[in-house]
Design a protein around this ligand. Structure first.
Ligand SMILES: Nc1ncnc2c1ncn2[C@@H]1O[C@H](COP(=O)(O)OP(=O)(O)OP(=O)(O)O)[C@@H](O)[C@H]1O
Length: 551
């Protein structure tokens, strides 16, 4: 079973401690109202039946005052319970927002982390964390109330009748005991359900993204079958969890009902024997279930919150992985005069048996253009990712002007780089907006000039681009990315071009224009390409993944 109180969740809830204290206080104030209400009802009812009662308020008309008092307490309880729910939801919203910010910061620290897919990340920050509502708005406040209210109830009952208080004090701990036993059985089930739900969400996201391919290959229907199977499994897991939830609340309900019945039997016998007056017995009978209720509710809300805690575990794993930011604090040496040295750099991705990049060594001097060549899958893109600080070397090191890249401030280092990837990342907005990612202050004329020199003279800078470059051809995306890199060098002060097949998909004439622009950029370049036009501007070729180098 998950611990009753997840320390990491509560520690993260720094913004919400005030809220949580207020939630507990309103809950306890509500319990005091319950005691007052029980007292009023028991006196009023006993007064009607027990003409010998000294508290008898008089004949029936006098009951009006009692009824008004009970209604007053009801109203106060209503307000307190509304306030309690409002505060709990505020606390939950604040924690979720804090966790989302932390997850995004962790992802930004390790943007190339392949251990969590984008769709899994999206599922986690949306519906995953929303499941924490149950934890913060129900479970946590209930846990605090379960710590105070039963003690208050037992103390009040003990002041009136020690025997009833004794029965409650003995039977009450059985409920948490059973909760622990049930929790031990449900822990694995809850985790399994969370995994299935995440898998279903990922499967669905993949399916939507790959729909055109699946249609062309005539596999869309087969995939739908697969989706249905995953959905069926997820439904079966949900039903299993629900069965356990209903069963466990039934067990806890039965246990507390039997315990209250014990109190009722003991009180009943003593009322018959005139050992206990009617008002006190009614008071105890009304209060007894209230002593068990908060503890029982903890069990109910524990299941409500289980999805949230499973999501929180996934969130913490991500945040903790992201807390080890690549790089350090050292300012990077200026690439106009510093050489980059790869010294026996190897990378083995998590879970892989063999290295993706094996003992790569080369020196890139200032202003030099160096091309990485080699078989597909040989590790060329991985070498570029190491240079940009997106993937840490598993073995070996990269030195810049003699300084280990692992100790350099990554933000400052990346300001010296202009990057064009195999699949350039474009954001929703205009083409000009995407070019300005290279340098925010670029004027319209500068954007236009960069687009022209990148072979994009036919591209309208004001044209809208959808999510992830939707609406642009692969070649058009590369030209926008090239223009962005040029702006980065000319206006943003970048000193090294990092290019991964930047002219793939361009026709010869457009490629010639782009290559000329890259040659004229006047900075060093580390590029991966198989295109002869680009190979010609290289000062040196480095073999990666087994192919011989050609000088
Ligand atoms: N994020 C990742 N997680 C796990 N393995 C990866 C990851 N990225 C790449 N790989 C694997 O590492 C190896 C090298 O990949 P990389 O993309 O660096 O090769 P490449 O030489 O650039 O290939 P290509 O010329 O086809 O673009 C491949 O076997 C690839 O499957």
């Amino acid at each position: 079973m998950a611990p009753p109180l997840d320390k990491r969740l509560v520690q993260r809830a720094t913004a919400t401690r005030g809220f949580l204290v207020a939630v507990a206080l309103t809950g306890i104030a509500g319990a005091v109202c319950v005691v007052a209400q029980a007292w009023l009802i028991s006196r009023a009812v006993a007064g009607v039946f027990d003409t010998r009662s000294t508290d008898f308020p008089g004949p029936l008309p006098g009951l009006g005052a009692w009824a008004a008092a009970v209604l007053g307490v009801f109203a106060v309880r209503g307000v307190l319970s509304w306030l309690n729910a409002w505060l709990a939801h505020r606390a939950s919203a604040a924690v979720k927002s804090q966790l989302r910010t932390d997850i995004m910061a962790a992802r930004l620290a390790r943007p190339a982390d392949s251990s969590v897919s984008s769709s899994a990340l999206i599922t986690l920050v949306t519906q995953g964390l929303d499941a924490l509502d149950g934890y913060f708005s129900k479970y946590l406040p209930q846990l605090v109330m379960a710590a105070f209210i039963p003690v208050l109830m037992v103390a009040v009952i003990a002041a009136n009748d020690l025997q009833s208080a004794g029965i409650i004090a003995v039977t009450l701990p059985l409920i948490p005991l059973f909760m622990v036993l049930i929790g031990l059985q449900t822990r694995d089930q809850v985790r399994r359900r969370f995994r299935f739900q995440t898998r279903l969400a990922n499967h669905f996201a993949d399916l939507i993204a790959g729909l055109p391919t699946l249609q062309v290959f005539g596999r869309a229907r087969a995939q739908l079958r697969g989706l249905r199977e995953t959905e069926d499994t997820s439904r079966a897991e949900t039903m299993k969890t629900l069965r356990i939830t209903f069963l466990s609340s039934g067990v806890l309900e039965l246990l507390s009902t039997l315990s209250v019945a014990l109190v009722a039997v003991s009180v009943g016998f003593r009322v018959v024997d005139w050992d206990l007056d009617l008002a006190t017995s009614l008071f105890i009978l009304i209060l007894a279930p209230e002593a068990y209720l908060p503890v029982r509710q903890v069990g109910v809300h524990f299941h409500d919150s289980a999805d949230g805690t499973a999501a929180a575990e996934a969130a913490f794993a991500l945040i903790e992985a992201g807390s080890s930011r690549p790089g350090g604090d050292q300012p990077p040496p200026d690439l106009s005069s510093a050489a980059i040295v790869f010294d026996q750099v190897s990378v083995t991705y998590p879970g892989a048996d063999s290295p993706a990049l094996d003992a790569l060594s080369f020196t890139l001097r200032p202003g030099e253009a160096l091309v990485l060549v080699g078989r597909s899958g040989g590790g060329k893109s991985t070498a570029l990712a190491v240079l940009m600080g997106l993937v840490p070397p598993s073995v070996g090191r990269v030195r810049v002007g003699g300084v280990d890249l692992a100790t350099i401030d990554m933000d400052a280092w990346r300001r010296q780089l202009a990057w064009v990837g195999q699949e350039p990342g474009l954001l929703r907005g205009t083409i000009a907006d995407n070019v300005r990612l290279g340098f925010e202050g670029a004027s319209d004329t500068q954007v236009r000039s960069a687009l022209d020199r990148a072979g994009g003279s036919s591209l309208d800078a004001g044209r809208l681009v959808g999510d992830d470059g939707e609406g642009l051809s692969a070649g058009e995306r590369r030209r926008v990315a090239l223009a962005r890199a040029l702006v980065r060098i000319e206006l943003g002060g970048a000193r090294l071009l990092v290019l991964d097949e930047p002219t793939a998909g361009l026709d010869q004439a457009t490629e010639a224009v782009a290559v000329a622009a890259l040659r004229d950029a006047g900075v060093g370049a580390l590029l991966v390409t198989h295109r002869p036009a680009l190979l010609r501007i290289a000062d040196e070729m480095i073999a990666v993944g087994g192919q011989e180098a050609n000088r």
